[in-house]
Design a binder for this molecule. Structure first.
Ligand code: NAD
Length: 521
């Protein structure tokens, strides 16, 4: 599209293409990007593949130098990237600012630790019969990894996965969401043009069909997005017999016990439910509150919710708290869930409707008198809504929290940390917090992944988070070279007897069996 059509503040690169990008703040078109065809994706994939062997040969140190330059480039271009994020998502500055800082932490983590995590392993043989062998396990990269991302965090979502894949020695074919491709496209441009880095990071812009073409072109796929698309990706990966790692949706519960600190817990609930306008996979989507603290908790949450400022602060950072939702379609899901709850008896204590005026805004909403017959308690809402349910005790809260198809993360709030830990351990989720929310995802030594419909595999988690982009190769080499092995031809009674007796002597755990005195038939 022509530059003259861009808003005056725009720093959107003048890309031309068939896929338009819309501002959620006022619904205007801000840019257009190529909607890449299968053939274009295949050509890009072939280019990246061609560059991968040299990239692998650089080793973790050499690769880390390039990734370090990417870190520096992000720091040098932070204002520009923040502007792009805000323009294409409509999020407020406070939410946008999480993206570069989180991404930089991830980059530095893998730059620092990849060498150690990918070092050849030298395990000991499992049995004395194998002592003549030297065992090695080494980690060779999948040549081309596909990283498909959603729209809610356009900078950090790719950055959560791509640095580990690059540090592992893979080339990466990335695919940002069609709703928010601009920020990531700019990073990939910077990698290639400003940094002059090896041609091992590509960006395929487009919608679902482009995503499908990415899955068809790569050797392993890391997908983040909805359960529905995740299933399609897993099915296609299954047909192609390539591994996939899926980070999918959630319906994160918050359990508030009678002894919770009311100030911290209500503050955590409001931020955890409404951060990024509720468009976070690990946002709080439902709260179960013990009867003894329920009234105080609800009062405090409603008062804090009513104090939130809804709008855009793109020209004046930190003057708004709740930004726009990313699309009309997402807004419609939120409306449908709230309407369904109200029709079934829920009470709206704050918000409960769109913000009047232009843009995809929904007022931060608190619902009470909710139950599990309502969509708002069972389906992923992905919007600024906190439904709160009163429960008689912790066990009821736990049962309701676990009554879900999702299992991404959840939190328990109590002054008794041991009690909180014990309850959090019984949550059927990949990540549990005590007296905080969303925090498991920021702990890079911990695995971050979902149970049940929330996914397969995990990101981060020390060595596991980078080895997943590699194929483990087992090697055995002989320390002692005899002319022959006892189990080789020719088979003879003498050699056979020797092997059987030796094996029995070593593996049996009592003298009767060791010496071959059988008690059986
Ligand atoms: P989505 O599934 O609609 O799209 C995700 C990506 O997949 C997009 O880039 C899209 O173009 C692509 N895609 C669509 N069809 C495809 C196909 N058939 N094959 C390959 N790629 C295809 O998800 P969304 O609406 O962009 O994102 C919101 C969802 O993401 C929510 O459910 C949210 O919970 C989830 N999410 C999960 C995490 C996590 O870490 N678990 C993080 C952020 C978001």
């Amino acid at each position: 599209m022509a530059e003259s059509q861009l808003p005056s503040r725009a720093v959107v690169p003048p890309i031309s293409g068939e896929l338009t990008v819309t501002s959620p703040v006022d619904g205007t078109v801000i840019a257009a990007v190529p909607n890449m065809t299968d053939a274009e994706v295949a050509t890009l994939a072939a280019r990246l593949r061609a560059a991968q062997p040299e990239w692998e040969a650089l080793g973790t140190r050499g690769r880390g130098k390039w990734l370090g330059q990417l870190r520096d480039w992000i720091l040098d271009n932070e204002t520009h990237l923040m502007s792009l994020i805000q323009q294409e998502t409509g999020k407020v500055y406070g939410d946008a600012s999480i993206e570069p800082s989180y991404g930089l932490m991830v980059l530095n983590y893998w730059i620092k630790n990849a060498g150690e995590f990918l070092r050849d392993g030298r395990p000991k043989p499992a049995s004395p019969t194998q002592l003549t062998k030297q065992l090695t396990v080494s980690y060779r990269p999948f040549p081309l990894v596909g990283v498909i991302s959603p729209w809610n965090w356009p900078l950090v979502m790719p950055l959560l996965d791509i640095p580990a894949a690059l540090m592992a020695g893979c080339a990466v074919l990335s695919k940002p969401s069609e709703l928010t491709p601009l920020t990531w496209l700019e990073v990939v441009r910077g990698w290639r043009e400003d940094i002059g880095a090896p041609d091992v990071l590509g960006c395929a812009t487009g919608a679902g069909t482009t995503g499908r073409a990415v899955v068809d072109a790569v050797d392993m796929v890391q997908f983040t997005g909805s359960v529905r698309t995740g299933r399609a990706v897993a099915a296609r990966a299954g047909e192609r017999l390539i591994p996939c790692s899926l980070e999918l949706g959630g319906k994160d519960p918050m359990i508030v016990l009678n002894d919770a600190d009311i100030e911290r817990t209500s503050g955590g609930a409001v931020w955890g439910a409404f951060v990024n306008a509720g468009q976070g996979c690990i946002a709080i989507e439902r709260a179960y509150v013990e009867a003894g603290i329920y009234d105080d908790f609800v009062r405090e949450v409603v008062s804090r919710t009513n104090a939130l400022r809804v709008g855009t602060d793109i020209d004046a950072p930190f003057t708004a708290d709740i930004g726009a939702m990313s699309s009309e379609a997402q807004l419609a899901i939120v409306e449908r869930h709230v309407d369904d709850a109200v029709a079934k008896g829920a009470k709206v204590l704050a918000g409960g409707k769109r913000k009047p005026g232009p843009g995809f805004y929904y007022l931060p909403t608190v619902l009470v008198d909710v139950d599990h017959t309502m969509d708002i308690m069972r389906e992923e809402t992905f919007g600024p809504v906190l439904p709160i349910m009163k429960v008689p005790d912790a066990e009821s809260a736990l049962a309701l929290a676990n009554d879900s198809a999702f299992g991404l993360s959840g939190s328990v709030w109590t002054k008794d940390r041991r009690k909180g830990e014990a309850l959090a351990e019984r949550l059927e989720v990949g990540g549990g917090c005590v007296n905080n929310v969303c925090m498991t995802n920021f702990q890079l030594p911990l695995p971050s992944g979902g149970w049940k419909d929330s996914g397969i595999g995990a990101r981060f988690g020390a060595a596991g988070g980078i080895r997943k982009y590699t194929r483990a190769q087992a090697r055995v080499s002989e320390r002692v070279e005899a002319k022959s092995e006892a189990h080789w031809y020719p088979f003879t009674p003498f050699k056979g007897g020797l092997i059987a007796k030796g094996s029995r002597f070593i593996e049996a755990r009592d003298w009767r069996r060791r010496l071959g005195r059988s008690a059986g038939r």
